[in-house]
Design a protein around this ligand. Structure first.
Ligand code: ATP
Length: 199
């Protein structure tokens, strides 16, 4: 599995559609300060489901939409599409090439798709979670983050290891199940109260 290409349109400084092609191996993106190198990495995190505006270096999520320049008006939507070579079947889907895309409208709505078929964010997270890619997986190490890992407490370090080992997905599911169980317990108590009143 490797990342084949990334297309940005209306995402941060990339007003016009821009496609970056990646070959297997190491890719370096070089350019002057402020030319948009980090915006490419932000686009990668965003299309894989990142929900934190701060992680994307903005105040709120709509900050990822091209805000306009002196010569170009702002745009109404940001779109990013990531194509992954899946010929080794690392992603649990029967396609040798998988394109995940995310669109955000300035009016507030957002859309996700896998190979052009509309889907939920959860579907993208589930698709990527066993591959080591995706939200909250430490596959993107930002400037200064390495320092954070070195200074982490033993508990925080354990969290990193659990993420890398793929335990996080199950922990999230367990938390969801416990929340449901909690709500169910509340309902049960209410039913018991009502039954007692009716007796
Ligand atoms: P450095 O080498 O200094 O880290 P960089 O190449 O990583 O720089 P980025 O941080 O990716 O640069 O890009 C910053 C540029 O992106 C700034 O010029 C900023 O104005 C522009 N930018 C960020 N968000 C938007 C947006 N929503 N609309 C238009 N331009 C934006």
């Amino acid at each position: 599995m490797h990342l084949k290409s990334l297309t940005l349109r209306g995402f941060k400084s990339f007003a016009s559609a821009t496609t970056l092609e990646f070959e297997p191996g190491i890719t370096c993106v070089v350019g002057p300060n402020g030319s948009g190198k980090s915006n490419v990495v932000d686009a990668l995190a965003w299309v894989m489901g990142e929900q934190g505006a701060k992680t994307l270096r903005g105040g709120n999520m709509s900050d990822v939409i091209f805000a306009g320049t002196a010569g170009r008006p702002p745009l109404g939507r940001a779109e990013v599409a990531l194509t992954i070579d899946n010929s080794d079947g690392a992603l649990p889907i029967e396609y040798s090439e998988v394109t995940i895309s995310r669109t955000l409208f300035r009016s507030g709505g957002s859309e996700y798709a896998i190979n052009g078929a509309p889907c939920r964010l959860l579907d993208i997270q589930d698709l990527l979670s066993d591959s080591g890619l995706g939200r909250e997986m430490h596959v993107i190490v930002g400037q200064g983050q390495l320092d954070g890992v070195l200074r982490a407490t033993p508990e925080e370090r354990r969290h990193f290891i659990e993420e890398a080992a793929g335990i996080l997905k199950h922990r999230r599911r367990k938390e969801k199940a416990l929340r449901k169980l909690d709500a169910m317990q509340g309902n049960l108590t209410r039913v018991q109260d009502l039954t007692a009143e009716l007796r």
